[in-house]
Design a binder for this molecule. Structure first.
Ligand code: NAP
Length: 281
């Protein structure tokens, strides 16, 4: 077991629940350490990352908009980060800044726990969105060998770029095609910010969605998005976005502190209470 100080690096970063998650595990495992926020402007991120190896930190998480620059700055990284060209977890090894990406692990682990054997039942996965989290979701589906992966995005060029990034293992389609695509979808993933507090809702008609489909909304503020409510009301299996956040934190904590923590119902409750406070504000 190791001790030390870790930070989350982003801009903005005040909204991040990662400190709550890691502080819970530090308390649970009685580790002397802390996890704090570092709001770093894009203009300062290179210098900040350069200074990390000689700083008081033993590691960090990276969130928007710095995951790509973090990937370019690390001396050593893992296969997932290479595939995504984005790093969300940093640590220091032999005086070198090293990085990994645990988002895909979080995406898949939560889906596996919520819907065991989902991949065996999934021929077609439709991902709405083409930003950072969509990249992790599409790669997760590729890793599980889903045959037909479709990306639908408001800006078609970004869906095309994402498909090209993964050597066309996924197919870009126009948003207008969504009603038709839903008829074949075994898994529908919302990887846009639509439905998030302060954003417009994701308005899609689920009437055509294939019987037995799983609806996975990666938005977790609020936890019960309009999409989750509509899918549940229509009898579809639903998976919320909070589990991905909790599970992506597990390998990071283990890397820094040498203990593999658990995603417990107590931790989930703690974060939900915090999200509810936010929703009431
Ligand atoms: P991002 O890179 O900024 O991508 C945002 C995506 O949302 C893009 O595809 C964008 O489409 C789409 N979008 C935004 N406004 C839209 C609108 N009005 N109409 C249609 N599409 C719209 O953000 P990100 O990092 O991928 O994060 C997306 C969301 O995922 C976040 O808001 C957050 O709720 C969630 N998230 C969850 C987790 C988790 O652990 N569960 C982790 C990270 C993020 P365009 O390309 O057309 O702009």
């Amino acid at each position: 077991m190791k001790e030390g100080l870790v930070c989350i690096i982003g801009h903005p970063v005040a909204h991040s629940r990662s400190p709550l998650i890691h502080q819970y595990w530090l308390r649970t495992h009685r580790i002397a350490g802390d996890y704090v926020r570092e709001d770093v402007l894009p203009a300062n991120i290179e210098a900040f990352l350069d200074s990390l190896v000689k700083s008081r930190y033993i590691g960090g998480n990276v969130t928007i908009p710095h995951k790509e620059i973090a990937f370019r700055k690390v001396a050593k990284t893992d296969a997932v980060a290479k595939a995504l060209r984005a790093v969300n977890t940093l640590w220091i090894e032999d005086k070198n800044l090293c990085g990994a990406n645990t988002d895909v692990y979080g995406f898949l682990t939560h889906l596996d726990r919520s819907q065991p054997n989902w991949s065996g039942r999934t021929n077609t996965g439709v991902v709405i969105g083409a930003g950072g989290v969509a990249r992790a979701a599409v790669y997760g589906l590729i890793e599980r060998d889903i045959q037909n992966i479709v990306i639908v995005n408001r800006t078609p060029a970004r869906a095309q770029d994402l498909a090209a990034h993964f050597q066309r293992r996924a197919t870009p389609q126009a948003f207008a095609e969504l009603p038709k695509l839903l008829g074949n979808a075994d898994l529908l993933v919302n990887a846009t910010s639509l439905g998030m507090k302060g954003q417009p809702p994701l308005q899609i008609d689920l009437t055509n969605l294939k019987n037995g489909a799983v609806v996975y909304d990666l938005v977790y503020v609020p936890l019960e998005t309009g999409l989750i409510k509509a899918a549940r009301a229509a009898g579809f299996a639903v998976v919320d976005g909070l589990g991905m956040l909790l599970h992506q934190a597990v390998p990071a904590f283990e890397k820094w502190f040498g203990v593999r923590p658990q995603v417990t119902s107590e931790l989930r409750k703690l974060i939900i209470e915090d999200l509810e406070k936010d929703a009431a504000r």
